[in-house]
Design a protein around this ligand. Structure first.
Ligand code: 4AD
Ligand code: MG
Length: 476
């Protein structure tokens, strides 16, 4: 007997047919009704067991999360909310699940509790939906860039460079921790390390991506990225996935247009392919909001919010305009910002969220930031003060994209690296792109988990990655 997945069965199979399904028990009522789930959808399949056919000892083994193989006839269901059910002819228990020790109950658990049981949280509707949506978004990323003629470039995970110059790297080393070889001045001697030098986990594939883009024309990376920033927030992970397109002959304007089209495309893809999951997550959020006073509830539900974002152009403003808006806001006048606002600050998340949530109420592309707060590789503007940077801010999230047009002028780049104490001699290979046929080019990085948060409406970034890595947490 060929197995059919529950999603497919509910969508296509005809009544009267014999089917075989396999899955895990969600609930078992009255020694008769099994709600079976196989991960293909949150819609459980009702399996009806004939009364008296099995003895008590067997029925007792049909517990939450036990796995079953069921063969039976598909019939019309009289139950609410389901069109069909399976009248079981044969029930086989593939794996028992001890009801006494199984950590999850067939009830609603808090997300905090489920984070402690992260190895089993896949078996809940919420996490199944989140990870199916995550899958679709990842697939859509590749589809979008492939259709646009961008090549998927694999950049290294272990590297010797600090692409962002922020010093937030995890060291990779084969030297003994307790007593590493030392140089005469007492510093660790990395010449004896595996690679013969100090290495770390990548913070961004951009610099290598630029090598690809200045040959293949248009590339993108999509891989894990590591940052040892000690930010214990709902938006930061120590290990996250980033998508970094890089395109030759692109200026900042082209870059912004690409980012907007890309974001709208992958959201639309999830809406078209994960309707059930998004509907489930929409409902979950509505339930969560029921406890809140009317004024704190959002005006749009999850799906309306996504619809709005794919149908409307993003707002575009410069950093200078953003600061002016903040300074003129009542929020500022009433001293409601925790951090001060003035030209030159690195905007805090409260500022970014004011702009997108209170002022514009839509995603905003902010360009032309002060050069002091941005990375060495960004192209300097004529004003001598700003660089051709671009951040995209999203409602409920804050910064979701960081990007820029790159400094393609060799002299200016080297000068900036000196000013910022970026070791030019170590990045000689990067500088070669500017020495041999340099071209205007631009790119950006989208934080994949922040994107998944936006689409699923999940409040904490730990709940949109299967195995979150955060300070003091790497258990599973
Ligand atoms: O703004 P960032 O640091 O930019 C870069 O790394 C550039 N090299 C990208 C480029 O131009 N190719 O990071 C880009 C995005 C952020 O906007 C954010 O969405 C995400 O990566 N991000 C994080 N996501 C989760 N946890 C963290 N600790 C993150 N740090 C950055
Ligand atoms: Mg950034």
């Amino acid at each position: 007997n060929k197995r059919i997945k529950i999603k497919e069965l509910l969508a296509t199979a005809a009544q009267g047919q014999q089917v075989t399904v396999m899955g895990w028990v969600r609930t078992f009522r009255n020694n008769q009704f099994v709600a079976l789930n196989d991960g293909s959808t949150n819609n459980n399949l009702q399996v009806v067991i004939e009364l008296g056919k099995y003895d008590d000892a067997f029925l007792k083994r049909i517990t939450t999360s036990a796995s079953l193989k069921v063969t039976g006839i598909l019939v019309e269901s009289l139950g609410k909310g389901q069109s069909v059910e399976v009248k079981a002819e044969e029930v086989e228990i593939l794996g028992d699940s001890d009801a006494e020790t199984y950590p999850l109950q067939p009830k609603k658990h808090s997300l905090e509790f489920l984070r402690e049981k992260a190895h089993l949280r896949f078996r809940t509707n919420t996490f199944s939906s989140v990870f199916r949506v995550r899958h679709s978004l990842a697939f859509a990323v590749h589809k979008f860039f492939n259709d646009k003629g961008f090549f998927y470039l694999h950049t290294p995970i272990v590297t010797a460079s600090d692409a962002e110059g922020a010093g937030e790297m995890f060291r990779v080393s084969t030297l003994p921790f307790d007593n590493p070889p030392r140089k005469e001045d007492g510093s660790v001697d990395f010449s004896e390390d595996f690679f013969g030098r100090a290495t770390n986990l990548t913070v961004s594939g951009q610099l290598e991506g630029e090598l690809g883009a200045t040959a293949l024309g248009q590339i993108y990376t999509f891989g894990p990225t590591f940052r040892a920033e000690n930010s214990n927030t709902a938006r930061h992970l120590a290990e996250f996935w980033m998508i970094e397109p890089e395109a030759a002959f692109y200026d900042l304007e082209d870059n912004a247009a690409l980012a907007e089209e890309f974001i709208q495309y992958i959201i639309r893809y999830a809406m078209e392919n994960n309707g059930d999951d998004l509907e489930f997550l929409r409902q979950r959020l509505l339930d969560e909001e029921k406890g809140k006073p009317q004024t704190e509830r959002s005006e749009l539900d999850l799906i309306q919010k996504l619809q709005f974002v794919v149908e409307n152009k993003f707002e575009r403003i410069t950093y200078t305009e953003a600061i002016d808006i903040l300074l003129q806001s009542n929020h500022y006048k009433k001293k409601k910002f925790q951090y001060d606002v003035k030209w030159g600050i690195d905007m805090q998340s409260e500022h970014e969220r004011y702009l997108v949530e209170k002022h514009f109420k839509k995603p905003v592309i902010v360009t032309d930031y002060p050069k002091e707060i941005k990375a060495f590789y960004m192209r300097q503007n004529e004003d001598g003060k700003t660089v051709a940077a671009m951040d995209i801010l999203a409602p409920g999230i804050g910064e979701i994209v960081g990007g820029s047009q790159r400094e393609e002028r060799y002299d200016k780049l080297v000068e900036r690296m000196k000013e910022m104490h970026v070791p030019a001699e170590e990045l000689w290979w990067y500088l070669d792109t500017r020495r041999f046929g340099t071209v205007p080019h631009a790119g950006f990085g989208l934080g994949f988990e922040r994107m998944v948060q936006f689409v699923t409406g999940m409040g904490n970034i730990r709940d949109v990655i299967p195995f979150p890595r955060t300070p003091k947490n790497a258990e599973f």
